[in-house]
Design a protein around this ligand. Structure first.
Ligand code: F0G
Length: 444
């Protein structure tokens, strides 16, 4: 099948070969995406094939990404693919979280069940397949944690050398530990995510290293599988809303592209509305979309946040590379962008925990956003909503302990560092003597 890399900038639209090593259009600087001549496949036949693959023992069929390979047919040879059986993440219903969010029902798609603990695995298996196909030996990324753990695992599993760049002192130990354990050469840089991304792009060019941040269009192709699997699990009934946390906005771009393609191929009969939720201290996309909405046709510029701040480190990004794609996808689905405070994220996270589900701080922005949108009347109580929990509860144990013991403060930025977060749903551990009578008293 014909596949190309195409500049998404409508005024440019130049096509490049699928094996060219490009991250931006050389002509206009626009973002690139993979496009295919799908023709007219039989949608019901494909759906049946994908269902049948769930019973197969073949590694690619067992992968919750490659099972859907007909919708991202860019690899020319399956031997390039490395799978850790990513995807296959559950849809979980959360009644306690639904009522907190002002909804009758709420479903979570929990990407924290992935092999390295986040949704990044869905994209990384695709990015690493392309790296191997191109004959690259070294791969690199900047990361606030999840991307680095994922890239380290997939690169090492595929015999490539992973090089990881992380903001010094601003990454969770669990994630750093994974990167080290999976054998990545790890650089802690004295700069923030956005600055390090610019640095890594220079190094990638200079040293011929393949860049595996979400600016890489093949990462986006793999991440489309999250929403394809979601529709498969829902028997192809599209929800009213899909809610995502927004950082670099790669996932928003992937969801929008996946939904559009499924809609065009007749697999779903409507487009769900996308909701992107950002943290207040790192919300340039919210501000931009707000301006576009209020000024209608005005061409307002995108203004990055120079010093992004949030305790939800995964979305602590001030200059998201994929904002033009995300803008298009949000507007195409008649979507909404919201932002939430540190207190709102922390409380929503505790509620997701109390539901027996749990997630990392960035993921909890979804429930906090839902609560705001239902109270504003944007989302109705009986809406069919899927919130995507992007990462595992074990990402930031320190955050959890501090919240439950009333020690969580501000977002670590100078200006709010003394702003306490109230443990509205706190659950303090109790220190007790080795005394059965005393403990009995406390329990009863
Ligand atoms: N949720 C989690 C758990 C993440 O790790 C990230 C991004 C996001 C949400 C934001 O997704 O960038 O597609 O809008 N983490 C990156 C990293 C930055 O380095 O792991 P996005």
């Amino acid at each position: 099948m014909q596949s190309d890399l195409v500049c998404i900038n409508a005024a440019c639209g130049v096509r490049y070969g699928i094996t060219e090593i490009l991250y931006n259009c050389p002509k206009c600087g626009g973002l690139l995406e993979a496009r295919y001549e799908f023709g007219h496949p039989d949608a019901s036949m494909l759906k049946r094939t994908w269902r049948e693959r769930r019973m197969s023992n073949a590694p690619l069929d067992q992968s919750g990404v490659w099972r859907y390979r007909e919708l991202f047919p860019f690899v020319d040879d399956d031997r390039h693919i490395v799978t850790l059986r990513e995807g296959n993440t559950p849809l979980l219903s959360g009644p306690r979280a639904a009522s907190y969010g002002g909804l009758d029902h709420l479903t979570f798609k929990h990407q924290g069940f992935n092999p390295t603990g986040s949704f990044k695995d869905n994209g990384m298996t695709a990015g690493v397949a392309q790296a191997r196909r191109l004959g690259m030996k070294r791969v690199a990324c900047v990361s606030t944690g999840n991307t680095s753990a994922s890239m380290a695992a997939y690169a090492s599993a595929g015999g490539l050398e992973p090089l990881i760049f992380i903001p010094h002192g601003n990454i969770s130990y669990g994630k750093l530990a994974q990167a080290l354990e999976y054998g990545a050469k790890t650089f802690q840089v004295e700069a923030n995510f956005d600055q390090i991304l610019a640095l890594v792009r220079v190094l990638a060019e200079r040293l011929g290293i393949y860049l595996l941040n979400s600016i890489n269009p093949f990462r986006i192709e793999g991440q489309k599988s999250i929403v394809i699997e979601m529709m498969d699990q829902r028997d192809w009934k599209a929800p009213d809303w899909i809610v995502l946390p927004g950082g670099n906005l790669g996932n928003t771009s992937a969801f929008g592209k996946g939904l559009r393609e499924m809609y065009e191929l007749g697999m779903i009969d409507r487009l769900p509305r996308l909701v992107v939720v950002q943290a207040e201290g790192a919300s340039p996309f919210y501000e931009y979309m707000q301006k576009r909405r209020l000024q209608e046709n005005a061409l307002s510029p995108f203004i990055p946040t120079e010093h992004p701040e949030t305790l939800a480190t995964a979305i602590k990004i001030g200059d998201p590379v994929s904002w033009p794609k995300a803008q298009f996808e949000v507007e195409t689905t008649n979507g909404v962008v919201e932002r939430v405070s540190e207190q709102e994220i922390a409380d929503a996270k505790a509620i997701i925990g109390q539901s027996g589900i749990g997630c990392e701080p960035a993921s909890a922005a979804t429930l906090a956003g839902i609560r705001k949108l239902t109270s504003a009347g944007v989302m109705s109580r009986d809406a069919d909503v899927v919130a995507v929990l992007t990462g595992n509860v074990l990402k930031d144990p320190d955050y959890i302990y501090r919240y439950h013991t009333g020690q969580l403060k501000g977002h670590g930025g100078a200006k709010d560092s003394d702003c306490p977060i109230h443990p509205n749903f706190g659950n303090r551990p109790i220190v007790v003597p080795n005394d059965a009578d005393r403990i009995t008293e406390l329990i009863s």
